[in-house]
Structure formats: structure tokens, C-alpha cells
Design a protein around this ligand. Structure first.
Ligand code: SF4
Length: 468
């Protein structure tokens, strides 16, 4: 399957034989180095030091904020997120008390009242919070940060418990983007993963978001779930295309029951085979591009006039912990249990347990438990991986000038793999430019992995999901 879409960065070729042959395990590169390289050697003090350094020079860009709401009413069996299953809303009151103290602590360490260009509420289920709790949480951030009028303010929505009034309130609070979890419209599949959600519930939320003037509505789907067939996913996609979201994510379900407990409740005999999954993916790509969606990269699609597609065309696309983004170069301050942040040349992560998170804040320090300060080599490789994943080309000359290296010498160990993937038709390399070829767009992780020094050094590939 080939696309001849007029926007060249979106041009791709779905080479089924190649994908089948080269599909392996690999990170998603929402950061480089990836989060599993963070260590406990990075302390809350290191984080505070980095926050204070934001006063200096180029670091004065607006920030991106992320808040993690870990609670969910029920468990979806495919889930690989950090969440707490409860129906007790009062747990969220206590959580917000601590989150407020964390925000105060971090904002108090920053030299100035920072401007915010991006905010994301993720989970868990952010809409586990009541309307009052959501209002309180936004109020906490607005007290300490200045929200820019042209910012991207987004929230993940689970339509099963959200009514029209809540969506209208979210718009009043300043949210202008939402991603709506659907996964699959098929009742049989929904039953197999313990997430029964009617089309009416989904439509109520989306119609309300349109009524309230949300700028971008994204739908999240998953393929590779139990009981999915080529036909059932086609039916779901037809319904999704009729809803016409601005963006669409089509995630590959990674079945890792030894890592994610809820997945043990999935009947492996009901999972589609790798070949069936590839059929499903191939159909989806065909249907979505036929419907006018632009393939952004990895598992993301967007309408041609959506900001992501525009950023792709203009070479401004970036990647951060939430996936493809237009503001990933900003520092990201993460709040809440398990949240990840990026400040300057460091990454950091909060405690993953509620107990540890609360204890750290009670002890008067940020609940950071691990992170890392990037070396020059990490920063160079991060730049290369970002360029390949977001712009699909790399200027060797630019890398040599900026990082004062001889590319061929510096990456001598990587050259055999570069040549191999060149022979496979995934990339081209003439010494001056490394270009991702249309066939390489669906195997972009394989290309990025060439430059992942940590991956090479530590053989932990088995823990990653398959790239397709
Ligand atoms: S998939 Fe989302 S809603 Fe379901 S249990 Fe996991 S975090 Fe909660």
C-alpha cells in the first residue's frame, strides 16, 4: 500500500512483507534516554536545583504542565497504566490536598511565576474527579502559574461516567482539547476487556465538546485486543470515521501479563495472531488515509488542518511523554503520583506509590524518586532520534557543526546497522543526509533504535512491546 498524499512528510509505504520480517521489540521513544534508564541517583535536591536554574537564559520558555490522576472506577484488562481502582471519591480529595502541596513546593522553588503554554491531565482517569474537584485542581494551577491564552489545555476523557454538563464545565475551566478513550465499539471486545461503553456515551461527550468549542478532539483506539477480527475493527473504524475526530490514535496492544497484572485476565486464546493484527493495521491505515487523515507517525493520524498535521508539514513536529506534540521543546513539570518531568537536560519521575508520594510531601520535599541528567552524548542522540521520528530526516552537517563531531567516526559502531536498513529500503544515507524512506515510516522505531546507546549496552529488549 502506498500513499501519494500531497504532503511529502506524510508520505509512507506500508510494506507488509518488510514489516512482518523486521517487526521486533523496541521503545516508543517518548523520551531519550527512555524512562527505564532513570536511576535513583537523581534526587529531589537535584530537581530543585534544576528548577532554580530555569531563571537562566534560554530556559525561560513557557512550561508544559502534566497532572496525573491515578484513580479509575473499574479496571480495563488491557491496562498498562499506573492506576488505583476505587469508587471512593473522597480518596481524590486527599490526593488533591497533596497535589496542591506539591504544586506549591515546585512553584515556590521557581524564581518567577511561570507562563504555561500546555497542560495535560492524564491518568488513570482524570474524569474520576467530580466537577468540583476538577475546578479545584485547575484553581491550584492557576494560582501559581500564568496560563497563556493561546495554550493547549487537554484532558483524557473516559466517556462512561462523563455527562454533557461536565464537558461544558471543562471548556469553562479553559480546556480546549480532549482525547476520548474508545478502544473499540464492538460489545464482544468490550466485554472481553471489561470496558463496556456505549456509542451513545461516547457521542454525548464528543457532541458536547463540539458545542463547547473544543479545538481538537482525539479518539483513542487499540488493536490487538481479544475477540477483535478484521471485520469487527473495520466496523469500529467506520463508526469512528463517521464521528470525524480531528485526531486519532491507533495503538498496538502489548500483551505483557508478567509486567501488567490486569492483563492476566485476558484469555490469550482470544487474541488475534500477529498476522491478523497486521491485517487489521493495514486495513486501518487504508481506511483512515482514504478518509483524508494524514499519517503523523507511529500510531497517530490527524486531519490535514489539525495542528499536528500542520506541524508535520512545517517540520515543527516534536515528541514528548504524551506522544507527538507541538510544544515538546518546553520544560515539562509533572505533578502527581508517577508523573514524569523534563527540566533542561534532566528527566525525573515521582514516586509510583500513593504512600511514597504522600510521605515525601509530608517530609517537605518533591516526591522525585528517580531521574537522570543527560550527558552530551545523550543530548546528541536525543536530537537525532527526535529528528528521525518527527522530521524523518537528519542533516549530518548540522549535527557535526552543533556537536563538534565527525559523524562517521562518532557513529562508527552504528554504521553497519545503518547500511543494513539502507539495503532493506527503510532509510537512505549518502554521508550528508540520513533520510527515512516511505517504507521506513512504519518501522521508525527500528531506525531510532540504531542510535540508542543505552539499548545496545543493556540487553533489556525483551521487556518492550513489539514495534507493530
Ligand atoms: S485503561 Fe485507563 S480507564 Fe482503564 S484501568 Fe487503565 S487507566 Fe483506568
Amino acid at each position: 500500500m502506498k500513499t501519494t498524499h500531497p504532503f511529502s512528510p506524510a508520505h509512507f509505504e506500508f510494506d507488509r512483507e518488510l514489516i512482518e520480517r523486521l517487526d521486533g521489540s523496541g521503545p516508543r521513544y517518548t523520551s531519550y534516554p527512555t524512562a527505564d534508564r532513570f536511576t535513583s541517583g537523581f534526587s529531589p535536591k537535584d530537581y530543585q536545583h534544576r528548577l532554580q536554574q530555569r531563571q537562566i537564559g534560554a530556559n525561560r520558555k513557557p512550561v508544559s504542565l502534566y497532572a496525573h490522576i491515578p484513580f479509575c472506577n473499574t479496571v480495563c484488562y488491557y491496562c498498562g497504566c499506573n492506576k488505583i481502582i476505587t469508587k471512593d471519591k473522597s480518596k481524590a480529595d486527599l490526593y488533591l490536598d497533596y497535589l496542591e502541596r506539591e504544586v506549591e513546593m515546585v512553584a515556590g522553588t521557581l524564581a518567577a511565576r511561570e507562563k504555561v503554554i500546555q497542560l495535560h491531565f492524564g491518568g488513570g482517569t482524570p474524569t474520576f474527579l467530580s466537577d468540583e474537584q476538577l475546578q479545584r485542581l485547575i484553581g491550584i494551577f492557576k494560582k501559581h502559574f500564568e496560563f497563556l491564552s493561546d495554550g493547549e489545555y487537554s484532558i483524557e476523557i473516559d466517556p462512561r461516567k462523563v455527562k454533557r454538563e461536565t464537558v461544558l464545565q471543562l471548556a469553562k475551566l479553559g480546556f480546549n482539547r480532549m482525547s476520548v478513550g474508545v478502544q473499540d465499539f464492538d460489545l464482544d471486545v468490550q466485554t472481553a476487556v471489561n470496558r463496556v461503553q456505549t456509542e451513545e456515551e461516547t457521542l454525548e461527550v464528543i457532541n458536547a465538546a463540539r458545542e463547547a468549542g473544543f479545538k481538537s478532539i482525539s479518539i483513542d483506539l487499540i488493536y490487538g485486543l481479544p475477540r477483535q477480527t478484521r471485520e469487527s475493527v473495520r466496523r469500529t473504524l467506520e463508526k469512528v470515521i463517521a464521528i470525524s475526530p480531528d485526531r486519532l490514535s491507533f495503538y498496538n496492544y502489548a500483551h505483557l501479563p508478567t509486567v501488567f497484572m490486569p492483563q492476566r485476565r485476558i484469555d490469550e486464546a482470544e487474541l488475534p495472531s500477529p498476522s491478523q493484527k497486521l491485517d487489521i493495521l493495514q486495513d486501518a491505515v487504508q481506511m483512515l488515509t482514504d478518509a483524508g487523515y494524514v499519517f503523523i507517525g507511529m500510531d497517530h493520524f490527524a486531519k490535514p488542518d489539525d495542528e499536528l498535521a500542520v506541524a508535520l508539514r512545517q517540520g515543527r513536529l516534536q515528541r514528548n511523554f504524551q506522544g507527538y506534540s507541538t510544544h515538546a521543546d518546553c520544560d515539562m513539570l509533572g505533578f502527581g503520583v508517577s508523573s514524569i518531568g523534563k527540566v533542561g537536560s534532566c528527566y525525573c519521575q515521582n514516586d509510583k506509590t500513593l504512600e511514597g508520594y504522600y510521605a515525601a510531601i509530608d517530609a517537605g520535599h518533591p516526591p522525585i524518586v528517580r531521574g537522570m541528567t543527560l550527558t552530551k552524548d545523550d543530548i546528541l542522540r536525543r536530537t537525532i532520534i527526535q529528528a528521525l521520528m518527527c522530521r524523518f530526516s537528519l542533516s549530518v552537517e548540522a549535527m557535526e557543526e552543533i556537536y563538534a563531531i565527525n559523524f562517521a567516526q562518532y557513529f562508527e559502531a552504528e554504521m553497519p546497522r545503518i547500511r543494513e536498513l539502507q539495503q532493506e529500503g527503510l532509510l537512505s544515507f549518502d554521508g550528508d543526509f540520513l533520510m527515512v524512506e516511505p517504507k521506513g515510516r512504519f518501522l521508525i522505531r527500528n531506525i531510532a533504535m540504531i542510535f540508542d546507546r543505552h539499548l545496545r549496552e543493556r540487553e533489556t529488549k525483551a521487556r518492550y512491546s513489539r514495534t507493530i
